[in-house]
Write a protein that binds this ligand. Structure first.
Ligand SMILES: [Zn+2]
Length: 244
């Protein structure tokens, strides 16, 4: 009974707006407070089965929610350790191998966007372009656009890739489970992609276009790719892409 989904079900939660994190935390023995923190986004001070979970009040509402859910993950999975956290919405981030932190990030994504609510909600709007789906689900689940887009990929809601580029490289890329693995997108964004204009010429807005398959995958020269790029400050471009 330690999974986020089993916790939600045990509390009878059956809708996105029913995911009241402070109530869930209280049920798990934690009192939540919001206060200025320096050096971390959130922390728990606990003794036995009770604790105080403090979340930095300086974050955006979506970030605060993610941080709170991340700490709840530590409390459920790693109780007894002192954790001072910077929650990272990029699950499986390539920055470091982070054991406990990665576990807590995955717990947070599953608690905030559980499969049994997220997939049916996405099904209702599945024919829309991916960023419109992400915006609608982000509003419904009160999660950041990035965390939501990553969840869409992880749960195969949008069978394709989500790729992040900066001027200097490709911080991360993730593939939906059902998509054939034909190699990873390039480290440097291709000049033929709208993502190039976003990252190198500060183009704003959403950019949907068809491009040659090898703009995104070296082995897809004779295919067409559909890309949906958008700026994601600071200085990043996020692109949903898939081969047609
Ligand atoms: Zn942590």
């Amino acid at each position: 009974m330690n999974t986020p989904e089993s916790l939600l079900r045990s509390l009878g939660i059956s809708s996105a707006d029913g995911i009241d994190l402070e109530t869930i935390a209280w049920h798990c023995g934690l009192t939540v407070r919001f206060a200025p923190l320096t050096g971390c986004d959130a922390r728990i001070v606990g003794k036995g089965d009770r604790g105080v979970l403090t979340v930095s009040s300086a974050q955006s509402p979506a970030r605060r929610r993610f941080s709170l859910a991340h700490e709840l993950g530590h409390w459920q999975l790693h109780r007894g350790r002192l954790m001072l956290c910077r929650a990272e919405e990029i699950e499986g981030s390539v920055t470091e191998a982070r054991g406990f932190e990665l576990d807590a990030d995955q717990y947070a994504a599953s608690l905030l966007m559980p499969r049994f609510l997220f997939v049916p909600a996405a099904d209702l709007i599945k024919n829309k372009p991916p960023w419109l789906i992400a915006e609608a689900l982000s509003a419904q689940f009160q999660t950041s656009l990035l965390a939501t887009a990553l969840r869409m990929i992880a749960l195969d809601v949008w069978p394709g890739w989500l790729v992040c580029h900066t001027r200097h490289g490709r911080p991360f890329c993730f593939k939906a489970p059902s998509v054939d693995d034909i190699g990873r997108p390039p480290l440097a964004v291709d000049y033929r992609s709208a993502a190039f204009d976003v990252v190198h010429a500060n183009a704003s807005g959403l950019h949907a276009r068809k491009v040659a398959g090898d703009v995104w995958f070296a082995g897809a020269k004779h295919r067409i790719a559909m890309e949906y790029a958008r700026a994601y400050p600071p200085e990043r471009v996020l692109t949903f892409v898939r081969l047609l």
